[in-house]
Design a protein around this ligand. Structure first.
Ligand code: BJW
Ligand code: ZN
Length: 255
């Protein structure tokens, strides 16, 4: 079902659910003014992913890649969680278990208060040396020369994010697969659903029997497997769901 309003079945399924999983992409942070990747406003209309988001590009031109990441670190550092992030964090007060599986590198779910977050594509606030793996905070990196060099071995330091052609962190991916398998209701939120293997997570949820709810202003390849696609922004739709759900759980005393 594709709809612009929230159908009753969403509340019916949530009312009996115990384990909730939410798979998120750049769209959930768009309302925090962090640009998405694809689409008219996406950063990849201006920058080519093959020139910036892979290891060969980094080795060929570390300064260019680092300038791009430094600018994005600044935007993300200054961003605040929006009502969509906060509504997901709020779900922890309603359900036994809420697991966030995110493709985002911006840390906004944790900053909004979510306590169980699996990051499939890394975290832009972390950095590590490509030679000896020593880790660095942003404070240590952004105050020095660009591209940064490791103080221990002189190797190049890179942001701890997953580029094209690189493996996803195995433990995070396994935990995400398990969350998808165990969830009663699974949300797919603000993602184009075209980057693999991350995009296989909603499919695992669907084939494991979860009720899949997609929220996105546009349909995506994941619309095909979603039980309900709500065409809208996560920053408006999620708070509405949470508000109504709280009211149902408290027997209408909140309305
Ligand atoms: C809103 C909204 C609002 C807007 N509310 N919604 C051919 C076929 C299949 C696979 C491949 C292939 N060729 C290569 C591959 C593999 C490749 C891949 O999937 N490529 C496809 C793009 C074709 N994958 C990989 O390389 C992965 N690794 C891998 O496969 O390893 C195995 C391997 C190892 C060795 C050799 C070969 C294979 C790694 C993928 C890493 C992705 N990394 C990035 C960059 C992270 C770092 C950084 O940020 O700089 O991760 S790419 C980028 O895309 C980022 C995102 O996490 C990811 C997904 O994007 P997302 O989140 O979906 O954002 P958008 O912009 O696409 O969509 C936003 C959505 O929000 C839209 O739908 C809007 O409508 C919506 N929206 N406002 C709700 N308010
Ligand atoms: Zn080093």
């Amino acid at each position: 079902m594709i709809t612009e309003t929230i159908p009753q079945i969403v509340y019916d399924k949530l009312s009996t659910a115990r384990v909730i999983a939410a798979f998120t992409g750049a769209g959930i942070s768009a309302e925090s003014n962090i640009p998405t990747f694809r689409g008219d406003e996406g950063i990849w209309t201006k920058f080519k992913p093959e020139e910036l988001a892979n290891f060969d590009a980094f080795m060929k031109n570390p300064k260019l890649v680092w300038e791009w990441y430094s600018a994005r670190k600044k935007i993300i550092h200054e961003a605040q969680p929006n009502p969509g992030h906060r509504a997901l964090a709020e779900l922890e007060n309603i359900f036994d278990e809420v697991i966030i599986v995110t493709q985002n590198i911006d840390n906004l779910h944790r900053r909004a208060g979510s306590t169980c977050v699996h990051e499939l594509h890394g975290n832009i606030e972390r950095n590590y040396c490509i030679k000896c793996s020593k880790t660095y905070t942003d404070d240590a990196i952004l105050s020095g020369e660009i591209p940064p060099k490791c103080e221990k071995c002189g190797g190049l330091v890179r942001p701890d994010v997953v580029w094209f052609g690189e493996f996803l962190p195995q433990d995070e991916f396994t935990a995400s697969e398990e969350a998808a398998q165990r969830s009663d209701v699974f949300f797919s939120l603000g993602t184009s659903g075209i980057v693999y293997p991350a995009a296989s997570i909603p499919q695992i949820a669907k084939y494991s029997g979860a009720f899949v709810i997609e929220i996105n202003p546009e349909t995506t390849p994941l619309t095909e497997i979603a039980d309900v696609t709500i065409l809208g922004k996560t920053g408006s739709v999620l708070p509405e769901i949470v508000h109504r759900l709280r009211s149902i759980k408290t027997g209408g005393k909140q309305d």
